[in-house]
Write a protein that binds this ligand. Sequence first.
Ligand code: HEC
Ligand code: HEC
Ligand code: HEC
Ligand code: HEC
Ligand code: HEC
Length: 186
Amino acid sequence: MGRMRGYQSLGVRSNIAKSISIVLILGAFGFVGFVIFFYVAPVESLTVWEPEQPIPYSHKLHAGDLEINCQYCHSYARRSEMAGIPSLAKCMNCHDNLSVETEPIKILRKHFEDRTPIEWVRIYDLPDHVWFSHKRHLAKDVSCQKCHGPVETLEVNARLITHHMGFCLNCHQANNAPTDCLTCHQ
Ligand code: HEC
Ligand code: HEC
Ligand code: HEC
Ligand code: HEC
Ligand code: HEC
């Protein structure tokens, strides 16, 4: 009996040892996997780039609720490479006549009167080796949201879509748009 019990408890003990080593090995793999994931995965795929802007301008309010057309403010998009950020004069077209005088509007007015631009933090910026043009896409009725997501729902502007090369190429392939390297790299 004593011998039996000895065997049994030894068996139990080695089972515990086995379980512990399995847990340790899985843990080690898990840890390595975790490190590799965070090392390799691009930061943008984990968090959305949503920088704090100098004043709390809301696309949801202006483009969503008030339904101001995107191209009223981004008025170069149809005719040039750039979409353009609106001048403060454009904001003041409305805000000069509105009675709201909150802190952000005071800052806006001060910039307008001092003729100092507001330094908006840029959200989209392709590397210099890539050529892009808004005009070409708008001429083919590609919507803003295809490349920027539902901007009209955002209180704070954010990069909802990352412009990897694959993102551009997938749509070009699907729409018989050019895919040779020189289209985008010149
Ligand atoms: C077509 C008219 C129009 C234009 C153009 C416009 N706004 Fe507005 N904006 C409004 C209206 C209407 C409100 C809501 C006012 C209210 O709170 O009743 C508003 C609200 C705001 C507010 C929030 C005010 C607060 O503190 O509650 C900010 C900030 C603002 N606008 C900034 C801007 C900026 C910056 C621009 C230019 C890029 C701009 N607006 C262009 C009509 C306009
Ligand atoms: C009343 C003016 C106004 C309207 C209307 C407007 N925008 Fe904007 N937009 C701005 C301002 C000001 C900024 C810079 C501040 C910011 O990013 O919030 C901006 C920034 C952006 C940016 C980021 C640019 C960058 O790379 O930094 C995108 C993309 C954009 N708008 C898309 C849109 C789309 C799509 C619509 C229509 C659904 C729209 N906007 C309507 C004023 C406007
Ligand atoms: C086919 C994809 C695509 C479409 C469609 C598109 N954009 Fe863009 N947009 C981009 C890319 C890419 C950039 C960055 C360009 C760069 O860094 O040279 C950009 C940059 C911007 C910027 C900041 C820089 C600038 O060009 O002034 C604004 C604002 C903007 N887009 C607004 C819009 C609006 C508004 C529309 C719809 C009228 C629109 N975009 C449609 C891909 C697109
Ligand atoms: C949602 C679809 C879509 C996306 C996303 C898209 N494109 Fe396009 N692109 C088109 C279409 C359609 C055309 C064809 C326009 C034409 O035939 O005139 C085009 C044309 C172009 C052209 C002009 C080609 C020429 O010589 O006529 C360039 C440059 C370009 N795209 C670059 C880009 C880049 C860079 C990106 C990514 C940041 C991008 N595109 C993302 C649909 C897209
Ligand atoms: C429709 C537009 C488009 C076409 C066509 C295209 N590229 Fe790109 N390419 C891009 C964009 C956009 C980036 C930037 C991606 C980023 O910043 O993440 C890029 C980046 C690159 C890079 C830098 C590495 C990287 O991934 O950022 C290389 C190298 C490259 N492209 C090579 C090529 C070659 C070779 C071809 C032809 C087989 C080609 N590209 C065709 C849009 C395009």
